[in-house]
Design a binder for this molecule. Structure first.
Ligand code: FES
Length: 100
């Protein structure tokens, strides 16, 4: 048996893209795929890759507030963020809830 350690935290970032332009979606309207990559890069640069995993997810039900992300297990959520907020999100994952 090969035991592997699991991250203690996850950040699910909605990258859902709807074909219809009738409804907002994080992937289509906010380029959230690039945000996932930027958050992963920040986590890696902090040496936290084994502890925190950022991953793409489907719709998190907050489409109008996109892009939207949800941390597990803390339950903290992040809405309407951009590349300029990546460091602050990483701080929150690393040190605990932000004041947002
Ligand atoms: S499409 Fe991103 S929260 Fe619904």
């Amino acid at each position: 048996m090969n035991a592997q350690s699991q991250p203690s935290q996850y950040l699910f970032v909605c990258t859902r893209t709807r074909e219809s332009s009738a409804r907002e979606s994080c992937g289509a309207n906010h380029a959230s795929g690039a945000l996932v990559k930027a958050i992963r890069d920040e986590i890696k640069s902090r040496g936290l890759k084994a502890q925190i995993r950022a991953t793409s997810s489907g719709c998190l039900g907050r489409c109008q507030d996109g892009p939207h992300a949800l941390a597990h297990p803390s339950g903290e959520s992040f809405s309407q963020f951009g590349l300029e907020d990546v460091s602050k999100i990483a701080d929150s994952l690393q040190y605990g809830k932000s004041s947002n």
